[in-house]
Structures are given as C-alpha cells and as structure tokens.
Design a protein around this ligand. Structure first.
Ligand SMILES: Nc1ncnc2c1ncn2[C@@H]1O[C@H](COP(=O)(O)OP(=O)(O)OP(=O)(O)O)[C@@H](O)[C@H]1O
Ligand SMILES: [Mg+2]
Length: 471
C-alpha cells in the first residue's frame, strides 16, 4: 500500500532497513505489520512487531479507522507459520480471539478465495492490494466457536464448532450475570450459593434419597439441589421455583456442560480460535470472556510452572522429569489473548469479572507465557490499571480529546520533535486526528531504531479476508 508520507524529525535510522517494535528481536520471532509512512532516503523500511517475548499491545482508533483490520494483520502474523513473508514464528503461540462482532471467522479464507468480478468493490480492492504485495496464498489454521447449541444458525458454515463452558468453573460474579441475581441481597441468590455447596461439597437429600457431592456437576444437577429437602422451608417456595426455572433456561442455551470444551481443543500452537460472541446478550458475553480468560490463565500457570521446573530445578530425577514433561505436553501452550471492542469489557466502575481477570492478565501474564492484544475505539474508557500496562500502542485516527489524552498519558516511548504533513505542522493530537484509515501512530517501549521514538506506519494489506467490510 502506498501511504502518503509524513515528514518526521529526527529521522529514523533503522537497523538493517527494518524497524522492529516490541521486546526481543523480530529476527527470532515476529510479524510484518506494515511500512514506515515517513519520508526516508530510500525505500520506506518494513515495520515488524516482535513476538519472541510476552507483551501487551493496544490497537486504538475511532469507528472505521482500521482497528479490526490491524487486529486481523496481527492474527495472521501469529498464525502465519515459521517462515512466510508475513511472519516468523519458530515457537508459535495459540491465539484466542474474543470477537464481539463476529468479524474474524473470515480469517480462515485467503483473500484470493473471494476474487470474483461481481464482488463488492471494497473486497476487490483488498484482493488487489494483497496480490500486489505477494500475499495472496496464505492459509491459516482458524477455528470458530459458536457459544452454545442454541446459538447455532442454519446459515452457519459446517466447520463452525460449538463452545461450552464448564459449570463448576463459574464464579459467583458470573452466576450473578447469567442469572441476573444478587448473591448477597436476594433470597434467590443466597439459595443459589447454598445449592452450589450442596451439589459440590456436602451432598443433599432429595425425596429421602441421599445424593453424593460431585465436583463435575452440570446445571440439571444444580437445579435438583435447589429442590432438595435441605432447602425446603429455608427459602420461600417461589424463590426456589424461580431459581430452578432460571437454571433450566440457562441449560437450554446449550452453552454449559459439566466439563465444558477442553482447553486443549481451543488452545493449540499456531491456531487462531475465534469465539463468536455477537450472538450473546452483553451479560453472557462478559461471562464467556471472563471464564475463558481465567481458565486459560490458571491452566497456563500450571503448565508454566512445570516448564520452569524442567528448565531451572537441578534436583529432578528421571521419574519427576517424565511427570513434568507429560504435564507440559498435555498442558496449555503460550497464548495470545486478543479482545476486540475491549471498552465493553474493561471499563472502570461497577465490578466486572472480565475486567478483573484482564487486570491480572496484563500484570502477571508475562511470567506465565500469556500476552494480550486489545482493540478499542475508546481508550479513555479502559480501566487505568490495564491502560498503564500497555507497552505498544498502535493508534489509528482518534478525535476526542479524552481518548487522545488517554493514549498520550500512557505512551512508553519518546515522541518525534516535529511532524509535518504537506504544509501542516502537527502536534501529537493533530497527528492522531489526521490519520487516514490504515495509517497509525505506533509507540513501543522497545524498538531497534536510533532514535527511539514513536513512528507512523501504514498497515500492510491483509492476506486473509477482512470480515469488517460493509457490504
Ligand atoms: N490497512 C488498511 N488497508 C486497506 N483498507 C483498510 C485498512 N484498514 C482499514 N481499512 C478499511 O477501512 C474499513 C474500516 O476498518 P475496520 O473494520 O478495521 O474498522 P474499525 O476501526 O475496526 O471500526 P469499528 O470501530 O467500527 O469496529 C475496512 O472495512 C477496510 O475496508
Ligand atoms: Mg472493528
């Protein structure tokens, strides 16, 4: 893509004609993000995002500025193989792409597959861009997951799979969201907490028969515990009946089961697993995002511990070594958790389980091999604890002062001394307001250039179909 060029001072002196952003070296592991959109002596250098180390990346910009397109570029790069023209992933990570608008399933298809003269002009434009950049043949390992049987549509492609969440992994805040109850103040909520204890820990009596506790319970078992002799007379019959009804309706969505979808099906190195959230009401979306992210966090923590013992513990005998190797082989690989429309999940304010698990992810993920990539049209609406952990900002056009300030306050690199575009002399706010779709202002804590300062980048064309096109 030929982007209009900015005159930026001081000029960038890239190492080996390549600008790399992010921790570590892109020569080990990285992905092609785009080209420098600044005046340079020769050809504008390519810009790569490193992926050898864990990091937190935020893609920000107003509606239609190119965020989802860029997130697709990053997903392609993470899943693009060990040596393609868009990526070097010697040790590929798994990618869990939480997709609130159902726009990323299309990354399964190379952009060539929609080359049809009758197609929409925008699709044809993307195809031409890809072909001109030699990007038209990439195939990714992409799976898409519909949350719950009831949300499957007759129009879905056959390859879509069904996602289920394990009932025992739901926390109290998620129960509150899913059942619309308060566990502290409402009898129905208190009956729920008691029923969970009965089904999971103590067992209960039903019609005189003793039912043993089970860690692997589902919603029907929980609904039975609500009807137990133990709760009879403790709560009003109406509260218990209403709770049972809500549990059974939740069961009918097909989104929950005793064991849930195994993480080993979702998190596979080099695979992009897209979770189609658009079909769910907001409260369910939040519950899916928090349960999946927390499960990945906990399971990856266990695997990372086993990996560390193998690497760092000098006292391993061969039996222990074998046990640890098995745990690693069956465990969760290093993973990048990608969240689009992040403002819907990570806003400050009333307690939100999704936000709390993301705060942990961005603060502690590095230690256990988890990275996060967030996209939002409203960076000012993200919890500060999350915004402050972002190391690489990819900022598309922003117009409101509060969003510009949120980015400015959290940048981890220096700024250019001056930015000119034609006859315009732009400060940071002016530059952000002025960016064309697909052009962005990128600031990273680490980069390979002299001087180290934020750069203006034209995002590369997509190799797979961008699902955010308006038809
Ligand atoms: N790098 C690019 N190259 C070519 N076209 C692009 C690029 N980035 C964005 N576009 C075009 O701009 C349109 C909007 O981009 P995108 O869908 O990424 O917006 P967005 O920022 O995610 O918006 P929203 O907030 O509405 O989700 C796309 O349909 C695409 O056609
Ligand atoms: Mg978008």
């Amino acid at each position: 893509m030929v982007a209009r060029q900015y005159r930026v001072k001081p000029p960038i002196d890239p190492n080996k004609d390549l600008v790399t952003l992010g921790p570590g070296s892109a020569e080990q592991d990285g992905l092609w993000l785009g080209a420098l959109a600044e005046e340079t002596k020769g050809r504008p250098p390519q810009v790569w995002l490193t992926t050898s180390k864990e990091q937190v990346v935020a893609v920000v910009g107003k509606r239609g500025s190119g965020k989802s397109f860029t997130l697709g570029v990053i997903a392609e790069g993470l899943g693009g193989g060990s040596n393609t023209n868009i990526s070097r992933q010697d040790k590929p990570r798994a990618v869990l792409l939480l997709d609130p608008l159902d726009v990323y399933w299309t990354t399964r298809h190379p952009v060539t597959s929609v080359d049809n003269p009758d197609d929409n002009l925008e699709i044809q434009r993307h195809y031409k861009l890809a072909r001109n950049s030699g990007l038209a043949t990439l195939c990714l390992d992409v799976q898409a997951w519909v949350p719950g049987d009831r949300n499957r549509r007759p129009t879905d492609p056959e390859w879509f799979q069904t996602l289920r969440l394990p009932v025992p992994s739901l926390g109290l805040e998620e129960w509150e969201l899913l059942l619309d109850v308060n566990v502290l103040t409402q009898p129905m909520g208190q009956a729920l907490v008691d029923s969970i204890v009965l089904v999971k820990e103590t067992g209960y009596s039903s019609g005189g028969e003793r039912i043993h506790p089970s860690q692997g319970f589902g919603l029907p078992e929980l609904a039975n515990a609500v009807q137990s002799d133990d709760l009879d007379g403790v709560y009003h019959k109406e509260s218990l009946r209403a709770l049972r009804q809500r549990l059974l309706s939740l069961h009918a969505t097909g989104l929950f089961s005793n064991d849930g979808t195994p993480l080993s099906d979702l998190l596979v190195p080099g695979r992009v697993s897209v979770i189609l959230l658009e079909r769910l009401p907001d409260s369910y979306r939040t519950a899916v995002v928090s349960v999946l992210t927390r499960r990945a966090f906990v399971a990856r923590g266990e695997t990372a511990f086993a990996e560390k013992r193998l690497a760092l513990d000098p006292d391993l005998n061969s039996d222990t070594r074998k046990t640890l190797e098995d745990a690693v082989a069956l465990g969760v690989p290093k993973t990048v958790i990608v969240l689009d429309e992040a403002q819907s999940f990570l806003a400050p304010g009333p307690s939100s389980p999704a936000r709390e698990v993301f705060v942990r992810l961005v603060k502690e993920g590095r230690n256990i091999g988890l990275s996060a990539t967030l996209a939002t049209q409203q960076p000012s609406a993200l919890d500060r604890r999350i915004l402050s952990q972002v190391e690489t900002f990819i900022a598309h056009q922003l117009v409101t002062e509060s969003d510009i300030k949120a980015v400015r306050d959290n940048l981890k690199s220096g700024l250019p001394e001056s930015i000119n575009f034609g006859r315009l002399d732009l400060d940071l706010a002016g530059t952000l307001r002025h960016l064309d779709p697909g052009v962005c202002f990128v600031s990273s804590a680490d980069m390979n250039t002299m001087p180290r300062r934020a750069v203006i980048v034209a995002i590369r064309p997509r190799a797979t179909v961008h699902g955010g096109i308006e038809l």
